[in-house]
Design a protein around this ligand. Structure first.
Ligand SMILES: C[S@@+](CC[C@H](N)C(=O)[O-])C[C@H]1O[C@@H](n2cnc3c(N)ncnc32)[C@H](O)[C@@H]1O
Length: 345
């Protein structure tokens, strides 16, 4: 079982190494990890993975790899240790040795981080698409009150950014829509809530989840700028700890707050297929009608750039293909698909 699972993880690692974005910040770490997994010193890695798979059987390979990277980075930053495992200038052989030693010596700390946290990377530009799609849906369905829940919200950036035209205008110009962007519409938000796994992710953890590169430093600056510009929304956005795998608790919350719009961005890829299906069924079974669930996920796990956008409406579990985005950081092109017309027609 472990060897089959490890083989699948190694394949995912190989695919991630060929990511079109090249050295996006994690590639050096992934290279060392792949080399370690294939080496005679792989037992330290095997022991970490076995422990994590026992605790989190549904974790996807892409998530296990990215979470391991963030956990190692967290420990190195905390200890002030030289971050050789992320440095392309350090010879590969040395990186492998440093990583093997760290996984061996800090086994308990790495496993604790990987059990207790998730990759909570959040992007300042991601709300651009939900803003326009939810606005179009509310308009088409005559909704004069939107009660929104953001699942896997991380630090709750999207709930704060919605309807903020200053933040929207800064980023919208870098995203080209084909054939055309829906107009910006104010969403009639009556209630906004975000939930994430307890303990709620901190800004410091989110920073750790950004790759060690100038590219990711810029993305993180955008997060900080957005938080600053949407300060006034802080008071009206409710953030709650909730484990989405607890279907009864999730359904209870949706009903208690009479939610009619749910967003779930870059969360489901972290799980096996059966968990994703269960989550969609739970949400659609408890969502008010008219209502919609909007799901954005990386294309092909984390092995290719881009993301796909699907929606579900009015209790149905049949996905509508809304759009494809060329870059999951929402710079580039959005291709609107037929499902958008079905959702808003
Ligand atoms: C990659 S982040 C995406 C954050 C945000 N939605 C965005 O797109 O910018 C995924 C988030 O989903 C959360 N998550 C994963 N599994 C969860 C669960 N079982 N319950 C609640 N939140 C979960 C993680 O903690 C993490 O903060």
């Amino acid at each position: 079982m472990i060897s089959a699972r490890k083989e699948s993880l190694r394949q995912a690692l190989t695919d991630m190494l060929h990511h079109q974005q090249g050295n996006h910040g994690w590639a050096v770490f992934h290279e060392g990890l792949a080399e370690l997994a294939a080496s005679e010193r792989s037992s330290a890695l095997d022991e970490v993975l076995s422990a994590v798979w026992r605790e989190r059987p549904y974790i996807s390979d892409a998530h296990a790899i990215s979470l391991l990277g963030a956990s190692v980075r967290h420990l190195l930053l905390q200890d002030g240790a030289p971050a050789g495992v992320f440095d392309a200038g350090t010879p590969l052989k040395e990186r492998v040795t440093v990583l093997a030693d760290l996984l061996h010596e800090r086994h308990a700390a790495v496993v604790r981080l990987m059990d207790g946290r998730s990759n909570s990377y959040t992007g300042a530009r991601r709300f651009l698409l939900p803003q326009l799609v939810i606005g179009a849906f509310a308009e088409a369905r005559g909704l004069d009150r939107v009660r929104l829940l953001d699942l896997g919200t991380s630090i709750g950036l999207l709930p704060r950014q919605l309807n903020n035209e200053v933040v929207f205008d800064r980023f919208a110009g870098d995203l080209r829509w084909h054939p055309a962007a829906p107009p910006f519409r104010h969403i009639p938000l009556e209630f906004v809530c975000g939930v994430d796994r307890p303990p709620l992710p901190t800004l410091e953890w989110v920073r750790t989840c950004h790759g060690p590169s100038d590219y990711y430093e810029q993305r993180f600056e955008e997060v900080l700028w957005s938080l600053d510009r949407s300060k006034e929304a802080e008071e009206r956005v409710l953030l709650r700890p909730l484990d989405l795998l607890d279907s009864a608790a999730l359904a209870g919350l949706l009903k208690a707050f009479r939610i009619n719009v749910v967003t779930c961005n870059f969360v489901l890829y972290q799980y096996a297929e059966e968990v994703r299906r269960r989550l969609v069924e739970t949400v659609m079974g408890a969502l008010a009608v008219p209502g919609m669930l909007l799901v954005m996920d990386p294309s092909h796990g984390l092995t290719r750039m881009g993301c796909t956008v699907h929606a579900y409406r009015d209790g149905g579990t049949e996905p509508l293909h809304i759009a494809d985005v060329s870059d999951a950081h929402f710079v580039g092109d959005v291709h609107v698909r037929a499902g958008f017309g079905a959702l808003t027609g």
